[in-house]
Design a protein around this ligand. Sequence first.
Ligand code: FAD
Ligand code: NAD
Length: 580
Amino acid sequence: GSVYGYKLYRSRQWYNEMRDSELTIGQKPRVVVLGTGWGAVPLLKHIDTSKYEVVCVSPRNYFLMTPLLPSVSVGTVETRTVIEPIRTLVGPRIKYIETECINVNPKEKIITCSADGTKEITVAASDRDKLPLEQNIEDNKEGGSSSRKIRDSARTRPKFDMKYDYLVVAIGSENNTFGIPGVEKHAHFLKEVLDARRIRSAISDAFESAMVPSQTDEEKKRLLHFVVVGGGPTGVEFAAELADYVREDLKRYFPRLVENDVKITLIEALDHVLSMMDKKISDYTEKHFHRENIEVLINTFVKGIKQREVIVQEKGSTELKSIPCAVVVWATGIKARPLTNKLRETIGTDKQNNRMGLLTDKYLRVKGVDDGTIYALGDCATIEQQKLLDRIQLLFEESDIHKRGALTLDEFRSLIENKINEYPQLEIFQKGIEKSFYEADKTKSGQITLEALRSVLEKADKKLRSLPATAQVATQEGRYVADLLNYMAHPTTTTTSERFKPFNYTHLGSLAYVGGDAAVIDFSGSKPLLDIFSLKPLSGRGSYYLWKSFYFTEQFTTRTKVLLAFDWLRSNIFGRDLSR
Ligand code: FAD
Ligand code: NAD
């Protein structure tokens, strides 16, 4: 008894020491980074650990190469090729804790991380595929074969608090269902690696079910109707990969089913797919999909999903139609995670009034956190856009040096040059300051009035767009915050970040794979290097090779580069693996 008591005493003492070290901070300021995605990893790689103690907290102990997920969902690329353990990526200089942050207290500068232990839930046997792999599955005696009890008993992890000096929130986003009934239950998302595996398994299941003798023709058609909801890049890339899989591999093994029963439908609520890209690219993709046997239903809104059908409504009609199908992939965009919303509420929704994510200033500091100790980046954050027109009076008075009630060309030029850092939308005038000035100076008086300036600046404000939720943005933001924190730790830095340049995004173009060895590339809005060539949108096979080489070089490590090259070669020579 006493031995046991002593052991208990020692383990409690050890536990308390652990707890204290999380709560107290050592000599270096502690930076806590939430997430292991596109935003967090570049930050973790570049932050100076001789200046900061860096702790990364995330429930996912690997980085995920999301652009290759559609390829994983059909088996062109294997799971292990698209993930990289966070510990090997960032090395031992950064402490990693596998858990989920569930609360942030900005006043005390403490985060709370979740307890993760035994839980028992009952799920229908048909939903077994939807469970994480690490969960143990036991038959539930009472439920018989129709339900399973899931016991996650091997792990117990206590809830804990941790202090921070700086917190970086890079927790990404989650799938938006818009509350449409049946989506959570019957559709597949395509966001995490497990989603891709489940889709792969569901495709295999559909074909094997259709092959069972005595299956009716009607049922075969339903089983092999694959519906993709959302014509954004995720939906388009998945539909493209699926069409490739059907044509290149499934056709060989299920020739009659592919000939008679397989159908892929992409449903988009707007009047064209890839609406964020150049119109030429949307048109090209729709025509290309027609050739690839993918039916595109535009102006069609999905109103509900049931186990065996999708309910749709066409624009301008009140009639609801049913589309029989078995596998539905839901890709209608993203929304903020619960923790993002909780933090917005803690800070106050008067300051945090953007439901898409955490509003930040141009240094990526979360608005409403007065001491500037919380940064947010990637999908969970939005940089507040300052409109020139909101401050036009002040801008005008500041620039009107001679107090003539009008601006000369030189005064207009200095306004643009001095304020471009604060208002990046002024960039549209940079190449043609004189031209813009003379266009606004309608009376040819050599100066422009407040009203004329208003019409000029309005054009710039119209160019304001929040940055897209892409890996490209998240990576640049992660790198920026690392540089900013490193700068702030420099001994010669007296004040905070004010002397550091605000974040400035460099768009390099958008690309998407559309199947049949073709890709589309949109350079619009790209700057500054590509802009000088005024590159036109590209599509077709050439773009496909660019797409391939881009993602090959984008791989974070040589290991994944080798795996990717091997996967592509394997799929080409032997075909994809048809098993679950
Ligand atoms: P994520 O990369 O999603 O990372 C979020 C991290 O936070 C994860 O590690 C997660 O586990 C962790 N986390 C979540 N909750 C918590 C919590 N409570 N506490 C701690 N950690 C938490 N973009 C492109 O630019 N090009 C593409 O080709 C492209 N293709 C895509 C294809 C698909 C199928 C998808 C789904 C997305 C694609 N994107 C692409 C978008 C891109 O993946 C996202 O914009 C990017 O992942 C955002 O990075 P992030 O760091 O904000 O979030
Ligand atoms: P998205 O928001 O880009 O597109 C979703 C589409 O679904 C929209 O066109 C919308 O009109 C449609 N939609 C919404 N509700 C609908 C409904 N009920 N019925 C029918 N259609 C409906 O979403 P996504 O494709 O999931 O992309 C999410 C983010 O990830 C975006 O920021 C995107 O840029 C990024 N991403 C980029 C790439 C790439 O660059 N290749 C690939 C994948 C994702």
